[in-house]
Design a protein around this ligand. Structure first.
Ligand code: KG4
Ligand code: ZN
Length: 344
C-alpha cells in the first residue's frame, strides 16, 4: 500500500506593522487557526502607526496570541513541523519581536525556522481559499507599504514587473483620508464614504511614469486631491467628501486595472490575483474581476481578513519555502527594507 505523505503543520508569526498575529496552517492551504490582535485603535489616536508603541504592544501580546492560535487549532508543540516568521520588510522594532519569539521557539523545541518575506505572504494568501491556484500567475500586491505588479513564476519565485515610484496605494488612501478628515486607517473609511459619492465628479489625474511601463506613481494624485481641497476652501466652496473619496478611489482603480490588464496581455498570463490590504476594497476588486472576465482571465482574491496583515498567509508562504529547503539559523535578523526576491 502506498504510504500517505505526512502532513506538514506550521506555526506562523507576523508582527511587521500594527497587527500581532499567529496561525497554524497545515500543508500551506488549510488554516487551523488565524488569530489577529489589532492595534489599530491605539494608533488611531495619533493618526497613524507609532513604531515605538507598535513594538511594545507586540511584546505584550505575542505569547497570548500564539497560545490562542495553538489552542484553537488543537495542536501541541509536538504536532508542529516548523515555525514560519516574517523577517521583513516592515518596522524594525516590530519585526524583531516576532523574529525573537520564533527563534526562541525554534531553539527550545528544535523546530526548523522558516524566514518569510511579508509580500510573499500577501501573495500566498491567495493559495488558502483557492486550492487549485498554482503558479504561474500575475499578482498585484497593494498594501500600505507596497505596490508591486509581480509575475509569480513558481512557488517562491518572483519577477517584479512594476512598483511604485513614490507612495504605495494604501498610503495614498491613508493620506487622502486624513486630508478629508476621515481619520486612520484611511482605506476602509474612503471605501465607505465613496459609496455615497459620484466617481466622475472630479477629474483627478491618472499617474503615469514615463520610462517604467508598469511602475506606479500615486503622489501626484495625492497632491491633486490636496490642491482640490485647498482650492475649495479658498473659494469658500463646500467640499462634498463623498465625491472626493469616490473620484480619488476611481483614479486609483483605473491605474491599477490599466497596468494589470496591459501586463496580462504582454505576458500572456491566464490567471490574475490581487493581494494586500487595498485588495480588500470592493470597488477595486469588482473592477478587476470585470476586466479579467472580459479577457477570459481567471481572477483570484483572498477574503478581506486574509488581505490585511495576518499570519495564515505567512504560514502558506512558509510551507512552500519549507518544501524548497529554505531555513534560517538562530542568527536570523529582522530586515526592515528586505526586497522581494532577496534570499538569505
Ligand atoms: O496589507 P496591509 O494590512 O499592511 C501592509 O502590509 O501595509 O495594508 C494596510 C493598508 C492601509 O494603507 C489601509 O488603508 C489599506 O491597506 N486598506 C484599504 C482597505 N482596507 C485596508 N485600502 C482601500 N480600501 C480598503 N477597503
Ligand atoms: Zn502587509
Amino acid at each position: 500500500m502506498e504510504q500517505r505523505k505526512k502532513d506538514i503543520t506550521i506555526l506562523a508569526i507576523e508582527s511587521s506593522c500594527d497587527e500581532t498575529a499567529a496561525a497554524v496552517v497545515v500543508n500551506g492551504r488549510e488554516v487551523k487557526s488565524n488569530v489577529i490582535s489589532s492595534q489599530i485603535d491605539l494608533h488611531t489616536l495619533y493618526g497613524g502607526v507609532v513604531p515605538e508603541i507598535a513594538s511594545r504592544k507586540h511584546i505584550e501580546k505575542i505569547d497570548q496570541v500564539i497560545a490562542e492560535a495553538m489552542e484553537e487549532a488543537k495542536v501541541t508543540w509536538d504536532d508542529l513541523d516548523a515555525i514560519g516568521v516574517t523577517y521583513g520588510p516592515g518596522l524594525v522594532g516590530a519585526l524583531l519581536v516576532g523574529v525573537a519569539e520564533a527563534k526562541a521557539i525554534s531553539y527550545a523545541r528544535k523546530l526548523p525556522l522558516i524566514p518569510v518575506h511579508h509580500i510573499e505572504g500577501h501573495i500566498s494568501a491567495n493559495y488558502i481559499e483557492n486550492k487549485e491556484l498554482e503558479p504561474p500567475f500575475l499578482c498585484l500586491v497593494v498594501s500600505g507599504g507596497h505596490t508591486h505588479l509581480v509575475k509569480v513564476t513558481d512557488y517562491g519565485k518572483y519577477e517584479i514587473l512594476g512598483r511604485t515610484r513614490d507612495d504605495a496605494a494604501g498610503e495614498a488612501f491613508d493620506k487622502v483620508a486624513r486630508a478629508i478628515g476621515l481619520g486612520y486607517p484611511g482605506g476602509p473609511k474612503i471605501e465607505k464614504v465613496a459609496k455615497e459619492g459620484n466617481p466622475q465628479a472630479i477629474a483627478f489625474p491618472r499617474g503615469k511614469v514615463g520610462d517604467g511601463v508598469y511602475d506606479f506613481s500615486f503622489s501626484g494624485l495625492k497632491s491633486a486631491v490636496l490642491n482640490y481641497l485647498n482650492g475649495c476652501k479658498m473659494k469658500g466652496e463646500t467640499i462634498v467628501e463623498a465625491d472626493v473619496a469616490a473620484s480619488f478611489q476611481k483614479a486609483v482603480t483605473d491605474v491599477l486595472v490599466g497596468h494589470a490588464m496591459d501586463a496580462l496581455d504582454e505576458y500572456h498570463m491566464d490567471k490574475f490575483a490581487i493581494a494586500g490590504g487595498v485588495a480588500s476594497n470592493g470597488t477595486i476588486r469588482q473592477a478587476m474581476e470585470e476586466a479579467c472576465r472580459e479577457k477570459g482571465v481567471k481572477f483570484y482574491h483572498p477574503s478581506p481578513i486574509l488581505c490585511t496583515d495576518n499570519a495564515a498567509m505567512i504560514g502558506a508562504a512558509a510551507y512552500y519555502d519549507f518544501l524548497a529547503g529554505k531555513r534560517a539559523g538562530l542568527d536570523l535578523n529582522a530586515i526592515p527594507n528586505l526586497k522581494l526576491g532577496d534570499t538569505l
